[in-house]
Design a protein around this ligand. Structure first.
Ligand code: NOJ
Length: 584
């Protein structure tokens, strides 16, 4: 099959609302570090901040612009640190505040920005406020900072409403009064160890404004805001009237998510961010029913970026990807925000594994945060080939991209972890999220022939076991091998910095292509750039108007001169599940 790519754009994304303002975050590549699993500085089997700091030169050399660290605050770790007991302390398992300071300074010296995670929807049940609220009993001032309610039923034995926890089971847990009798219930959208704050209370607002300043004063460049859509609950906490509520998440309005009241909170936070020099940013983790609703968090006086979960949830399908790309560019363009792109994070099955499974294996696909988890390894080779192509597609799109640690090594999900080593709280609450998040959290292989593959200095076990087959995936094993996934990422990120056509910008010019193939053009400073992606299982030949290949996601046959009637054309064969970057 041969297809000539004319220069005529078939459709273009929405025009810029404000293309003139170009800040670092508009085209940044931001690398997510999951501190438990990145690098273990003290050999206790658990990653830590000194471990991260020691590996920052690796990230600089990889070519990313910023690092986002998942929570490292004082926490009983009921949800791997997303249950914070003290927002101004580092948990001893990760180090201390000096280590955080050292990390930020070292990163800045290497020209890397640092974004930290902020968890404002809920805290830990070991947070001082919550412990005091339990001690003080019903009617106490501290209880007003959370959602405490009497139960329904004659003896208060039923939860106050029908809300279900994202991790399964009711979103309410009953307390025991100081005198030992059953007492009020409290709301927790996630685990029982994660009580939700009451954002109608001014003390909660004051506290988080102060926490923002604490980390901004320490020099961090911004925040990834956990459950940014959850802070405000509908007045009166109304019933939903539907069981299996998780199937509605992300696609239907919910009384505990995406309430209009959240926006005023972010306006206030934006004012704080803007007080600080150096473009500090807020990034929303907001699961909203539509991309347009997500864009509301990015109006000029609110946050800077939001994760594009619809993109993350899109299967390896040309038409579906094109649709979500156009929709994202249009929605974000309408509020003057950059689109963002992401393929993996610490909550979902790694994309190498997702793409190696039939997309029907993912119940609910894009719409539900909890259903992007798989227990099947699938076809590893196919998954990796598609993952590499997906990376070149993502990094060629206008806007900012998020990488999740280990994807640059092509790591698969560890789908066969024995149940007894799992730690994901949702795994233990069977009715909730699928609970297989541990599989993407296995520590990174850095070097050597056997576990822990340089993850820690000693030969001890890592907190989650690494597969015996990961030596060949280590940073050491892949470095210098031009066919490796690591070198593909390094080359792509270097080109992204070099080529004026890549990075920020609002539009892509789609070119005519056969079914299952995507091709778009971007231009910068007189240079043309094409991204060609064959998502089908057979090679295709496209005719491009001249130029040369820059990078391919798989070994490629050489381009040949075009047929005689197309003086300027060059036929390019694109192998199955392959992306090519092309300069014209
Ligand atoms: C989203 C985080 O990414 C996830 O890991 C966590 O379990 C929930 N929010 C609750 O904080």
């Amino acid at each position: 099959m041969s297809q000539h790519l004319s220069d005529a754009p078939r459709s273009a994304a929405a025009p810029a609302a404000d293309a003139g303002h170009r800040d670092w975050w508009r085209d940044a590549v931001i690398y997510q570090v999951y501190p438990r699993s990145f690098a273990d500085g003290n050999g206790d089997g658990m990653g830590d901040l000194p471990g991260v700091t020691a590996r920052l030169p690796y990230l600089r050399d990889l070519g990313v612009d910023a690092v986002w660290l998942s929570p490292f605050y004082a926490s009983p770790q009921a949800d791997a640190g997303y249950d914070v007991a003290d927002y101004r302390e580092v948990d001893p398992m990760f180090g201390d505040l000096n280590d955080a300071d050292d990390l930020v300074r070292t990163a800045h010296a290497l020209n890397l920005r640092v974004i930290v995670d902020l968890v404002p929807n809920h805290c830990s049940d070991q947070h001082e406020w919550f412990k005091q609220a339990l001690r003080d009993g019903p009617g106490s001032a501290l209880r007003e900072r959370f959602h405490f309610r009497p139960g329904k039923g004659a003896g208060g034995e039923l939860p106050p409403n029908d809300w279900e926890s994202i991790f399964g089971g009711p979103a309410w847990t009953r307390t025991t009064d100081p005198d030992g009798t059953p007492g009020e219930w409290y709301l927790h959208l996630f685990a029982p160890e994660q009580p939700d704050f009451n954002w109608d209370h001014p003390a909660v607002h004051d506290e988080f404004r102060s926490v923002l300043r604490f980390w901004l004063d320490l020099g961090t460049d911004g925040f990834r805001i956990d459950v940014a859509h959850g802070l405000v609950k509908a007045a009166g906490l109304p019933d939903i009237g539907h069981s299996e509520q998780l199937s509605l998440l992300g696609s239907a309005p919910m009384p505990y998510f995406d309430q209009d009241g959240v926006h005023e909170i972010y306006r206030g936070w934006r004012r704080i961010l803007d007080e600080y020099p150096g473009d500090r940013i807020g990034v929303a983790e907001a699961w909203t029913p539509t991309i347009e609703r997500a864009a509301l968090y990015l109006r000029p006086d609110e946050l800077h970026q939001a994760f594009n979960f619809e993109y993350l949830g899109t299967p390896w399908d040309a038409a579906a990807l094109r649709r979500v790309i156009d929709k994202s560019l249009a929605a974000m363009g309408a509020v003057g925000a950059p689109a963002t792109w992401v393929l993996s994070n610490h909550d979902v099955t790694r994309h190498t594994t997702r793409f190696g499974n039939p997309s029907s294996a993912l119940p609910g696909g894009a719409s539900t945060g909890g259903s992007l988890q798989l227990r099947e390894a699938g076809d590893r080779e196919l998954g990796l080939r598609r993952a590499r192509a997906a990376t070149l597609l993502m990094l060629a799109l206008p806007g900012s991209a998020y990488l999740y640690q280990g994807e640059e090594l092509g790591l698969p999900d560890v789908t066969d972890l024995p149940d007894e080593v799992r730690q994901d709280p949702s795994f233990f609450r069977a009715a909730g999220q699928d609970g297989f998040r541990d599989g993407c959290r296995v520590p990174i292989p850095w070097s050597g022939a056997e576990p822990p593959y340089g993850f820690g200095p000693a030969g001890g076990p890592s907190w989650l076991p690494q597969p015996a087959t990961w030596a060949e995936l280590s940073v050491e094993a892949q470095t210098g091998d031009p066919a490796s996934t690591l070198e593909l990422y390094r080359a792509a990120l270097a080109l992204r910095r070099e080529l004026p056509a890549l990075g920020a910008g609002r539009s892509v010019q789609w070119l005519d292509t056969p079914e299952g193939v995507l091709a778009f053009r971007r231009d910068g400073d007189g240079d043309g750039f094409l991204c060609l992606v064959n998502l089908t299982a057979t090679p295709v030949v496209l005719t491009v108007p001249g130029g040369r290949p820059l990078l391919a996601s798989s070994a490629q046959p050489p381009a040949t001169a075009g047929p005689s009637d197309q003086v300027d054309g060059i036929d390019v064969t694109i192998a199955a599940d392959t992306a090519i970057w092309w300069a014209i």
